[in-house]
Ligand binder design. Structure first.
Ligand code: FES
Length: 116
């Protein structure tokens, strides 16, 4: 089986990194963290935390500045520049070919960990 690696050659999911605490991520707002040179946006949606690449795959807008909206029972992250929609759980984009990467995230005792 092939192992996925990032640009540094580190196996994806190999590193579990403490990125902050839950009280540092305001509900409905994004918080960007630098994780080994990679910008990751953390979102708190109703107490559920999500981690996505911060740069929009379209033209690299900072997704941390995106608006969170709820439509038809689903949460969406709206890119601040051209308003493409992203599912914060899966990274799926409403436009073909622009899905973004999500990272496994866990919360333990109020601490947020992301696997990169
Ligand atoms: S930069 Fe995000 S939709 Fe264009």
């Amino acid at each position: 089986m092939l192992e996925k690696t990032d640009t540094d050659g580190v196996a994806v999911g190999d590193r579990r990194v403490l990125v902050g605490t839950t009280d540092e991520v305001t509900p409905g707002r994004g918080k960007v963290i630098d994780c080994s040179g990679r910008e990751i946006a953390i979102f708190n949606i109703g107490g559920q935390f999500h981690a996505l690449d911060n740069l929009c795959p379209h033209k690299e807008a900072p997704l941390e500045d995106g608006l969170l909206v709820r439509e038809e029972g689903r949460d969406w992250l709206v890119c601040p520049w051209h308003r493409f929609l992203f599912d914060p759980c899966t990274g799926k984009c409403d436009r073909p070919g622009f899905d973004t990467r999500v990272y496994p995230l866990s919360v333990e005792s109020g601490r947020i960990y992301v696997e990169v």
